[in-house]
Design a binder for this molecule. Structure first.
Ligand code: FE
Ligand code: FE
Ligand code: FE
Length: 206
């Protein structure tokens, strides 16, 4: 772990450390996903983990392409952050009894992993850009897009559980924040604004 030793002296060093960190993380995630798929009982969740496993294998390959562009051999650097997130998820799964609760726990554990990855890819993309290494950016952005899409699918699954009838349509029982978000996506701006103002008034009245 390079954070407190002094082997990171430049932004380039920091970028390489981050790349090795994420390479380690993606490999650990690839090892954990089969276990998560096995524990999932909901067919969609199970299939989602299997899909993300094959995506993760592709992500590892993209990171190897970045190492190649940086003219270094792919190498992992042990990352205590991802180790902790995965360990916590695994311990939680060991404590849960009941299929339904297990799926809910799995969704939350998986989202913690995706959020970790999203922050790391975001930093690497910013640093590569600052270093003028635009050649590395497309691979990192492709991985980031997959993490974000996975996170959104997990959110959709969590929301459907809160309201099983919701198929992307906001209904009364859906939490206000998500209902507003999906509305504003579909409605043209002025109308969306009017709706928002309307709902604000309605809330004030309530
Ligand atoms: Fe990943
Ligand atoms: Fe780390
Ligand atoms: Fe991921």
């Amino acid at each position: 772990m390079g954070f407190f030793s002094k082997d990171i002296k430049s932004l380039n060093d920091l970028f390489m450390h981050g790349l090795q960190d994420l390479y380690y993380a993606e490999n650990q995630i690839a090892k954990s996903l089969p276990d998560m798929a096995e524990k999932a009982t909901n067919a969609q969740l199970k299939a989602g983990f299997e899909k993300h496993l094959s995506e993760t294998e592709g992500q590892i390959h993209r990171l190897e392409q970045v190492f190649e562009l940086m003219e270094t051999d792919p190498e992992g650097e042990k990352c205590p952050a991802i180790d902790g997130i995965l360990k916590e998820g695994k311990e939680l799964m060991g404590e849960i009894e009941g299929e339904d609760v297990m799926d809910v726990g799995l969704v939350a554990a998986a989202q913690a992993v995706e959020h970790y990855e999203i922050t790391r890819y975001g930093a690497l993309i910013a640093w590569a850009t600052e270093l003028g290494r635009n050649d590395c950016v497309p691979m990192l952005k492709a991985n980031l897009a997959e993490e974000k899409a996975t996170d959104q699918r997990l959110t959709a699954m969590a929301e459907r559980r809160i309201n099983p009838k919701a198929e992307g349509k906001p209904t009364k029982s859906q939490p206000k924040s998500t209902a507003r978000r999906s509305k504003s996506k579909r409605i043209a701006r002025p109308a969306a604004k009017a709706k928002r103002n309307g709902s604000k008034k309605a809330r004030r009245r309530a």
